[in-house]
Design a protein around this ligand. Sequence first.
Ligand SMILES: [Mg+2]
Length: 171
Amino acid sequence: MFSKFLPDEQIDQIFDLKPEKLKEKGIKGIITDLDNTLVAWDVKDATPDVITWFKTMEENDIKVTIISNNNQERVTVFSEPLGTPFVFSARKPLSRAFKTVAKQMDLKKEEILVVGDQVMTDVLGGNMAGFYTVLVIPVVQTDGKITKINRFMERIILKRIKNKDKRYKEE
Ligand SMILES: [Mg+2]
């Protein structure tokens, strides 16, 4: 039952997603989380690194959409200057926002990668919708209120996954 909580890949930061590697995997679209994935949850605007990353993806014909559970103001203020499509109040891990975006991207499930810093929303949601999932280390170690509850669940799940992995190795 834990397999839906497992990312296909774990990376340190979003900038580790590079066009060459993505193309090798057949990835043509990225659905990314915002808070603690692109910038710290309390940082309002995109940093120069984030702007460069979006530009690089665009130059390589890799479509990027931001899907966030955060509110309209937060997500709009951040995303609009980047000129990137976005969804706010997305209710991850529910599949609806993921599926809508996949349709807008006009890509197949196998061509889309979902990246985020949370197992309970980003990874679980991406897996349930059938995409390739990537977990990043949160940009900062603090969180907003709702995320704190999710983190508590996440710690329990990650611990179990680790224990399970160990057991598999010993067998
Ligand atoms: Mg996040």
